[in-house]
Design a protein around this ligand. Structure first.
Ligand code: SIN
Ligand code: FE
Length: 289
C-alpha cells in the first residue's frame, strides 16, 4: 500500500505556498499531516483541558456557525473561554484550508467547530457508533447527497499524549470488498425515514451505500484487524487534514482534540472526478444522486 499519509513541514496556519502534490493527495483520500503546527492555548484556556467542561452524557462541545455553543457545562466565564477558543480554532482552520486549497474559497460551506475533551479509551458505544473501528464518515440522520466532508484536526493534549489513528486502505480497495455486501436501496423506505423525521432530508442511493460501507466495515472484525492499515500517532501539537468521507480512519486513543468541518460540492474540487460519489457512480454504472 502506498503511504496514505503525507507529511507537510509547515509551521504556520497560513501556508506561505501550497503544492499540487498535496492537493492531489488530499483529493485522492490521503491524510495531510502537519507535525509542527500547534494550536496554542492561552493561559486561561488551559483551564479548559478537563472533561469537566462537558455537559453530562455528551462527547463533544460544539460551536455552530451562528455562534451557539452546545454541550458545555460550567459558568459564564468558562463558556466564554470555550467560545473564544473554538472561534480562534475556526479561524486558524480557515487560514490553513484557504492557503492550502485556494480554489475552494467561496465554495466551502462551514460546519460546526468541535472540542473533544474525553479520553477515547473511556468511551462506551455500540459497534455502529464506535469510531475506534475503521470507517468512512457517513451519518444516518444527515444525508449529504455526495457533498464532501473535509476536516481539520488538532491534538491539543498538554501532556504530550498522541492521538492514535488507524488509517486504512484506499477507498476503492475497500469498496471492492464491502460493496458486494451492501443491501439494495429501497426508495419507499428512504421516503418513510424522511417522513418520520428520522433523516433530515431524503436518503439518496449514494447516502444509503455510504452507510452500508460504514456499517459493513465496522461490523467485520476480521476486516478491522487484517485489512491493510497503518497506525498513526498524531503528536501533541500537530494538525492533520483529510476528507473523512474518503479516508478510512479509526481512533485508537488520545484525549483533547479540536476539529473543524467544511463541506464542498464535488464539482468544486480541483479534480471533480475523484470523490466517493464519482467512484460509486462509476462502479454502480448509474447516477446515485
Ligand atoms: C472520527 O472522526 O471518526 C473520530 C476521530 C477522532 O475522534 O479522533
Ligand atoms: Fe470518523
Amino acid at each position: 500500500m502506498n503511504s496514505q499519509i503525507i507529511e507537510i513541514p509547515a509551521t504556520q496556519w497560513q501556508l506561505p505556498a501550497t503544492q499540487n502534490k498535496w492537493i492531489n493527495a488530499l483529493e485522492q483520500g490521503k491524510v495531510l499531516y502537519f507535525p509542527q503546527l500547534p494550536f496554542t492555548l492561552t493561559a486561561d484556556e488551559r483551564s479548559l483541558l478537563t472533561p469537566k467542561v462537558l455537559e453530562e452524557k455528551v462527547r463533544n462541545i460544539s460551536l455552530a456557525n451562528h455562534h451557539e455553543l452546545k454541550g458545555a457545562a460550567g459558568d459564564k466565564q468558562t463558556q466564554k473561554l470555550l467560545k473564544n477558543m473554538l472561534q480562534r480554532y475556526r479561524s486558524h482552520s480557515e487560514q490553513l484550508i484557504h492557503s492550502l486549497l485556494p480554489k475552494y474559497q467561496g465554495a466551502l460551506r462551514e460546519a460546526p467547530t468541535s472540542y473533544r475533551p474525553k479520553a477515547v479509551e473511556a468511551r462506551k458505544q455500540s459497534w455502529r457508533a464506535d469510531d475506534r473501528r475503521m470507517h468512512v464518515d457517513s451519518f444516518p440522520s444527515r444525508p449529504n447527497h455526495g457533498e464532501r466532508i473535509l476536516r481539520v484536526f488538532s491534538n491539543i493534549n498538554p501532556a504530550g499524549v498522541p492521538r492514535v489513528w488507524r488509517v486504512g486502505e484506499p477507498f476503492a480497495d475497500m469498496v471492492k470488498t464491502m460493496l458486494p455486501r451492501a443491501k439494495p436501496y429501497v426508495r419507499w423506505q428512504a421516503k418513510a425515514l424522511h417522513k418520520l423525521g428520522i433523516t433530515k432530508s431524503l436518503r439518496s442511493e449514494y447516502d444509503h451505500l455510504m452507510l452500508q460501507l460504514h456499517d459493513n466495515m465496522k461490523a467485520d472484525m476480521d476486516y478491522q484487524t487484517s485489512a491493510p492499515q497503518v497506525t498513526m500517532p498524531f503528536a501533541a501539537g500537530s494538525a492533520w487534514v483529510c476528507f473523512s468521507d474518503h479516508a478510512l480512519h479509526g481512533v485508537e486513543s488520545g484525549q483533547y482534540m479540536l476539529e473543524q468541518t467544511f463541506h464542498i460540492a464535488p464539482e468544486d474540487q480541483y479534480d471533480p472526478n475523484i470523490s466517493p460519489l464519482a467512484h460509486l457512480n462509476t462502479v454502480m454504472q448509474r447516477q446515485l444522486v
